[in-house]
Design a protein around this ligand. Structure first.
Ligand SMILES: Nc1ncnc2c1ncn2[C@@H]1O[C@H](COP(=O)(O)OP(=O)(O)OP(=O)(O)O)[C@@H](O)[C@H]1O
Length: 286
């Protein structure tokens, strides 16, 4: 557990009003139903239902092995489920190839940022902006692409680094670049895997504000372990445990839940002070 994050009771200046435990019904962008994933007889996802509405900034947490990455792998076509369905804006994704899912408007980042180190920040974003264009368009003047690249540089605050090679960026800058490369493809849904892992306090703060900015125009799902970051920036949180949805709720509801304290937060903070210390910290938090 990190100790240098902002005070838990200090919401970001433009933080949205707290959500209720129940997501508003009827505007689902992503709907996972009865999902089951089995690896060589091991059940990694065991009947998950998971709904994300348009415009949400949803956080996904859970202890190691809970199935978070596997869920994202299924949504993005990397892993085939044994059963269940995943619909995106009404289109079934199960059985679709990865590139088709990207073209439908789903982008993801991985725990380790994947950028082209020999290219500049600008070239990385420009290249990413081309990914969703049909091949013939790549040989024509790419109308609108320049505008989008400029917009992404502004949103990610990377304009000053536009001519710098990606290989010499700091860890935080690489993560922002990877998020910028996703934005350049203008996805409707962004799936971000631990975007603040390894970041400094200032970098986490800036990333949280970036996510809030992005969520004004996109739907965002963030896998994140950093509880301080969640307290600061999360609205609805979905907790996975052993391949199932343990609960969904606001950060306060998740923090107050004994099952979460036992299976996730207690275990996650054993190294930092044990489950009792973790539970005490959670109860102390708003
Ligand atoms: N390709 C695979 N083959 C076999 N088992 C796998 C495979 N991928 C994942 N698993 C197992 O499925 C379970 C869920 O893994 P997953 O990576 O989805 O968990 P996670 O919640 O993302 O964990 P972490 O926080 O450690 O990344 C784990 O027990 C993992 O060992």
């Amino acid at each position: 557990m990190t100790t240098d994050a902002p005070a838990p009771d200090a919401p970001a200046p433009d933080a949205p009003a707290p959500a209720t435990a129940d997501a508003p019904a009827g505007d689902a962008l992503l709907a996972v139903r009865g999902l089951r994933v089995v690896f060589d007889g091991f059940v990694a996802i065991d009947g998950i239902d998971f709904t994300v509405n348009r415009g949400e900034l949803r956080f996904l947490i859970g202890p190691n092995g809970a199935g978070k990455t596997t869920l994202v792998d299924v949504i993005t076509g990397l892993t085939k489920p044994a059963s269940g369905s995943v619909t995106f804006a009404g289109t079934e994704l199960v059985g679709q190839r990865e590139h088709r899912i990207v073209r439908l408007g789903i982008g993801r980042t991985f725990q380790t940022a994947t950028v082209f180190e020999e290219l500049t920040v600008l070239e990385n974003i420009d290249l990413a902006a081309s990914f969703r264009l049909p091949v013939p368009a790549l040989f024509r003047r790419r109308k609108g692409v320049g505008d989008r690249v400029a917009q992404v540089l502004e949103t990610t605050q990377l304009a000053e680094l536009a001519s710098r090679k990606a290989g010499i960026l700091s860890h935080g800058q690489r993560q922002w670049l990877e998020i910028g490369m996703l934005l350049a493809q203008d996805p409707r849904l962004l799936l971000l895997d631990e975007p603040v892992a390894g970041m400094t306090k200032d970098e986490r703060e800036r990333t949280g504000q970036l996510l809030q900015q992005i969520a004004k125009e996109h739907t965002v799902v963030v896998i994140e372990h950093d509880m301080e970051f969640l307290r600061r920036f999360a609205r609805l949180v979905t907790v996975l445990h052993e391949g199932k949805v343990l609960m969904e709720g606001t950060v306060a509801e998740v923090q107050a839940d004994r099952r979460v304290q036992e299976v996730y937060l207690g275990r996650a903070s054993e190294e930092a002070g044990g489950p009792v210390a973790a539970a005490a910290e959670l109860e102390a938090a708003p």
